[in-house]
Design a binder for this molecule. Structure first.
Ligand code: BDP
Length: 594
């Protein structure tokens, strides 16, 4: 599904702004047909945003179930003869959409887009009513999983991941026009042969018929450097300017779809970065050069708007990453807004792109003492139906993001239980599918501390070892000497046993800004600094370590828990993006500024 863009044949209109909104705690709206007229008893709600923190009311914040959004939109009069599409960049976690009285779309998966062809319902010049019901329930078959408990005080949502279950219309909503004969998809795969770049491309007609296409590749100055006729082929670019970390050089591929008479029916312009990715031994190579990941696991999270995408915050986060010397980040723990990947493409920032499969480890809540012991992989818990949803999540992620040069590695899950044979059975088809859909990128998952190198049965399936480690926090808290020994031993174990590149995808400690200590006291700013310095010393002693992603870029919201002080405080920046002391020492390391 191509992102909406204005081109010579297409237009888009943003539906962002204030929508009518209403929670549906009794779940009566679907029966009552709330889409059929003006939404009863509605308040105003911004789109995009999570609704949870906009209203200072615990019943809004902790709502479980349906929430309704509605707006009116006038279809541009100039769109007559065009195909008209309504597109949601995300609706968390599932949604149904009506245009006037007709159901036009249903989608599950809170972090990937969906669209509906509404040409038959949206007469140019007319006003239409768009109603969306968004549901935030996490179940045993959703990704991420969870379960809803009916209690005497109402319904309670339980889930196994460590970030708040924000919901709503988190990203932009668009009304788009395309010609009646339209481009349904474009894929590119790039390569380098000496100083020549190759761009393999395929242009797909939206109606599935075979189409004729012409493609033109232009450099950043707009000068044509290659062209070809045919719906698929390979373009060659002599003296190519590769896309590289820190150098987000992009070409523009214009694809023109020709109608049966040979006239241009549709045109779409796709940014293309020419680069290669390869895992060789214990090295991770970008354009044949060893790459060392420096950066963060992040979250889409901020006060008031929750997970709502916001360009100001996005640019600020990238500027702070640049300030600190980060070259990469992981989209923990779900696919981020497409604007984020487009920015990373333009600025040469490297991305590990993750599905929303987080919390597939039912041992962990029991270990932490806040949940009963359960078996992770059974037909009643994480079973075949969950895997079907998970497969769809892998497909939607790769379909959406495969053209981004910034994305160099797929992460198909975060911290699933991985030391039981059922885990291997569960994950093998997911790795297979990711590789079938995209043979050009390595595939991995973030391994949990409880399932180390000798126990984990899933890492063997991965191209890269990605591990989240908390020696000095959840284990050996306050004892950095013991933590250092344990960390180094484990990293060497991974390196010796797996002989693959190792990226430490999480390491960090909760830290309260303003808490200062002389000794190694957890939660203090000094402890965060010394903890990170210790990890960095160890990384420098183990050759196979090719990446360091601190957990987390910024403090973020979680469900209330005694181990959390107004959320997870492992950020190097506070939730409002002020640096903690450790940010300055990390900056010295990452900018080589010792
Ligand atoms: C890891 C999870 C991450 C948590 C982190 C923590 O991958 O989502 O936020 O631990 O406990 O287990 O801070």
């Amino acid at each position: 599904m191509l992102p909406p863009r204005d081109t010579s044949t297409r237009e888009r209109r943003s539906l962002n702004g204030l929508w009518a909104f209403r929670l549906d705690p009794e779940g009566t709206g679907r029966q009552a047909g709330w889409w059929r007229s003006r939404l009863p008893q509605a308040r105003e709600m911004p789109v995009p945003a999570s609704y949870n923190d906009v209203v200072p009311d615990i019943t809004v914040r902790d709502h479980v179930g349906d929430a309704w959004y509605q707006t009116m939109v006038r279809v541009p009069a100039g769109w007559s003869g065009q195909r008209i599409v309504l597109r949601f960049d995300a609706a968390t976690h599932r949604a149904a959409v009506w245009v006037n009285d007709a159901l036009v779309a249903e989608h599950e998966g809170g972090y990937t887009p969906f669209e509906a062809d509404i040409t038959a319902l949206a007469a140019p010049g007319a006003e239409v009513r768009v109603t969306v019901v968004v549901n935030n329930e996490l179940t045993w078959t959703s990704v991420p999983p969870g379960h809803v408990e009916e209690t005497a005080r109402g319904r309670r949502q339980h889930y196994f991941h460590d970030f708040f279950n924000y919901a709503g219309l988190h990203r932009s909503v668009w009304l788009c026009s395309t010609p009646a004969t339209w481009i349904g998809g474009i894929t590119v795969d790039t390569g380098l042969e000496g100083t020549t770049g190759t761009v393999g491309y395929a242009v797909r007609r939206g109606d599935g018929r075979d189409g004729c296409a012409r493609v033109v590749l232009r450099d950043a100055e707009g000068i044509e450097v290659a062209s070809a006729d045919g719906a698929q082929g390979v373009l060659r670019v002599p003296d190519v300017h590769p896309w590289a970390p820190g150098d987000g050089y992009l070409y523009a591929l214009e694809a023109r779809l020709l109608d049966d008479g040979g006239q241009v029916a549709d045109s779409y312009v796709l940014p293309v970065g020419v680069r290669t990715v390869e895992v060789r031994g214990t090295q991770f190579l970008i354009n044949g050069e060893p790459f060392h990941f420096k950066g963060f696991g992040k979250h889409e999270d901020a006060p008031v708007r929750g997970k709502g995408h916001d360009d100001a915050l996005m640019v600020h986060d990238f500027e702070l990453m640049e300030w600190i010397g980060a070259n990469s980040f992981r989209t923990a723990h779900y696919p981020y807004a497409e604007e984020v990947l487009e920015y990373a493409d333009r600025h040469g920032v490297v991305v590990i792109d993750e599905t929303a499969a987080v919390g597939m480890n039912l041992k962990l809540p029991a270990i932490a003492g806040h949940g009963p012991a359960r078996t992770t992989y059974t037909s009643e818990t994480i079973g075949p139906d969950t895997r079907r949803t998970h497969l769809r999540a892998v497909r939607e992620l790769i379909e959406r993001d495969r053209n981004h040069p910034s994305v160099v590695l797929w992460s198909i899950a975060n911290e699933p239980e991985s030391a039981v044979p059922a885990a291997r059975d569960y994950f093998a088809p997911l790795f297979e599918e990711a590789r079938r859909l995209d043979p050009t990128r390595p595939v991995g998952f973030a391994n949990v501390m409880h399932d180390p190198a000798r126990a984990c049965l899933v890492s063997e399936l991965a191209d890269v070892v990605m591990i989240n480690r908390y020696y000095g926090w959840y284990v050996h808290a306050g004892d950095l000497a013991a933590a250092e020994t344990a960390l180094e031993a484990e990293l060497n174990d991974w390196a010796d046993l797996h002989r693959k590149p190792v990226i430490v995808t999480e390491y960090g400690v909760d830290t309260l800004p303003g808490l200062h200590t002389v000794l190694d006291v957890p939660w203090s700013e000094e402890y965060q600094e010394r903890f990170l310095a210790m990890y960095h010393r160890v990384f420098d002693r183990v050759d196979a370590v090719v990446g360091e992603h601190i957990w987390n870029f910024a403090d973020f919201a979680t469900r209330p828990e005694t181990g959390r002080v107004d959320g997870n405080r492992k950020g190097l920046f506070t939730r409002d993006r002020r640096p903690k002391s450790a940010a300055f020492s990390v900056r010295r390391r990452w900018r080589n500024d010792v």
